[in-house]
Design a protein around this ligand. Sequence first.
Ligand SMILES: O=C(O)C(=O)C[C@]1(C(=O)O)C=C[C@@H](O)C=C1
Length: 292
Amino acid sequence: MKPTVGYLGPEGTFTHEAACQMFSDQAVHMMPYPTIPDVLSAVDRGECTHGVIPVENAIEGAVNLTLDWLIHQVDVPIVGELVHPITQCLLVHPAQIDGPKEAWSRIISHPQAVAQCQLHLRHHYPQAQVEFANSTAEAAEKVSRHPDEAWIAIGTRQAAKRYGLHILAADVQDFQNNYTRFIAVGAPLPERRIPPGQWKTSLCVTLASDFPGALHQVLATFAWRKINLTKIESRPTKTGLGNYYFIIDAEMEREHVLLKGAIAEIEAFGCQVRVLGSYPCYRSQSVQSLSR
Ligand SMILES: O=C(O)C(=O)C[C@]1(C(=O)O)C=C[C@@H](O)C=C1
C-alpha cells in the first residue's frame, strides 16, 4: 500500500512544497489537512503514515503550535527534516490588477507569512486590514473566490498557478535568506537518493525542580562531550507560571554512545528526557517541479 502523507494544505502551501520534496523519490498519496493539529492527529490515529509540518522560520522563529502539539497532544516521532526557501508573493485576482495601489482593502494570509512581511505591508498597504488564514494557500483560494474584492493573499508562486491569481510582487519578505524548517513525523522515512546533510536528535528536557544551575548542568553535559547543539527553545509546561520544557536539538544520532551517555547523565541528576525523534536532515533542491 502507498504511504499517505498528510500536510498543512490545501495544495499550494509552503508545506505542500516541502512534502513534495521530502517524498520526491517514491510514490505516495498526498493528503491535505486544514491545520497543523489536524495533520498531527491524523498521523497519531494512523490515518496517515507520515505528516509534514513547519517547525521553525528564519525570520519569525519557532512555530509554537507544532512544538506544543508534539509535546502535549500527540505521541508521534520526528523522522526527518527539510530546510526549504520561503519566497513570499503578493497574489491578487486578475480582475483587480488595474486598480490604484490605495484600493487594496484586505491582506489575507497565515500569521507567519504576515509577520515575515510586516514592514513591507506597513510601507506599501497601510490602509489594508489584515485577516489571518489557516495557511497561505487557504488565503489564495479565498482571494480566487472573490473576483470583485480588492484583496491580496500572501503565498507561494505555486498557489498563484493553482488558483489562477496574478503575482503583484514577489520576494516581499522583510529579510532575505528566508527559510523554514519542516519536519516529517510518523513512520521512518524511506531512504532518499541524496544523502542527508546531517543527523539530529530532538530532546524535550524537563528540569529538576529547585535545582540551582540545572540548565547550566544540562548544557555542560553536551559541552564537555563536544556534542553540537543546533537549537534550544523553551516552551511552557502549562502547569504554572515559570515552568518550562527545553527542546534541545543535538547534531548526533540517538544511538551514538556520546549522546546516550549525555542523556543518562542528565537523567541521573533528576531531569526528565523525552526523545522527540532522531532523524536525517535535508535541504531543498529546487521548487520548480512540484506536480503531485
Ligand atoms: O501557510 C503555509 O503555506 C505554510 O506552509 C505554513 C507556514 C508556517 O506555518 O510557517 C510555512 C512556511 C512559511 O513560513 C509560512 C507559513
